[in-house]
Design a protein around this ligand. Structure first.
Ligand code: 2HA
Ligand code: ZN
Length: 274
């Protein structure tokens, strides 16, 4: 028995590899964090190493004190996670002030959790509150088509949500609340972390202009599925715009969207309908 046999670790590794297989994680692009359930921490605890030093994050969250997160490593490649999980991912513990982490397992060749850990951490805090503790996953990736959309559409939630909802009938069902959009900002710091977490109060996905996408969800399947569905919608949008030379002959109308919502029992964000 090794920690790599524990279900949550296996599922986490599988999601990293799925993202790599999709082409969303060139080099060290993207990052994944998961807020562990207490019973998952206990399943992993026998394999914990001597804890590392506490490291201050520059951000703080009262509702995440004492939590444990699985995280990809800063500078590590998603491509390598499946080959050597112990060197490319880690488990960190959060201190009782909610402002520092320390590594309790993994990154055995050295390193630290993802450079976007402050963004992930604040997003976890906001999503934990917004979903009554249900959301546990924050996933950041660099899918090409959603990034391409940020060069041709106004950078508003309304423009992106409508374009994606109209791109595939599944989209309004999978993300009826729509997507947020963060203007271009320097990655890795507290400013982009705060801007993203503000949007995450309302949305479970936020586009980073000219960079990528952040998604959150209760488990790996739902969160990966959200990233996948948004990127698929973006791919169809880009294909149709390119093939039609910028003109669409027809699309899914607002009445069509309302009909989908009615039949599938989802509530669409009314701000984004005419
Ligand atoms: O981990 O994706 O946003 C590399 C990145 C930074
Ligand atoms: Zn990135």
């Amino acid at each position: 028995m090794s920690i790599l046999d524990v279900e949550v670790i296996r599922s986490y590794i599988r999601m990293c590899d799925d993202g790599w297989q999709q082409g969303w994680h060139e080099r060290n692009g993207g990052n994944l964090t998961y807020r562990m359930r207490p019973e998952e921490v206990e399943q992993c605890r026998p394999f914990f190493a001597t804890p590392g030093q506490w490291v201050n994050m520059g951000v703080r969250a009262d509702n995440l004190t004492g939590e444990y997160f699985i995280s990809t490593g800063s500078g590590n490649f998603f491509r390598n996670v499946i080959l050597a999980p112990q060197d490319n991912i880690c488990i960190v513990e959060i201190n009782d002030r909610g402002d520092s982490w320390r590594i309790v397992w993994g990154l055995e060749q050295g390193g630290r959790p993802t450079s976007e850990f402050p963004s992930h951490f604040l997003n976890h805090s906001v999503r934990k509150t917004a979903t009554d503790g249900k959301n546990r996953v924050i996933y950041h990736a660099h899918p090409a088509n959603i990034i391409a959309m940020t060069y041709i559409l106004p950078l508003t939630s309304r423009d992106f949500t409508r374009a994606l909802w109209q791109s595939a009938t599944e989209c309004p069902i999978v993300f009826p609340g729509g997507v947020g959009v963060v203007p271009w900002m320097v990655p890795g710091g507290a400013d982009i972390a705060l801007a993203t977490s503000e949007l995450m109060r309302e949305f479970d996905a936020a586009v980073w202009a000219h960079h990528g996408l952040f998604c959150s969800g209760p488990d790996f399947d739902i969160t990966f599925g959200l990233m996948h569905t948004i990127e698929k919608g973006a791919q169809i949008f880009i294909l149709a715009m390119a093939a039609g030379q910028g003109k669409l002959r027809q699309t899914i109308t607002d009445d069509n969207l309302r009909a989908i919502a009615r039949d599938f029992g989802v509530t669409l964000n009314e701000n984004f309908l005419d």
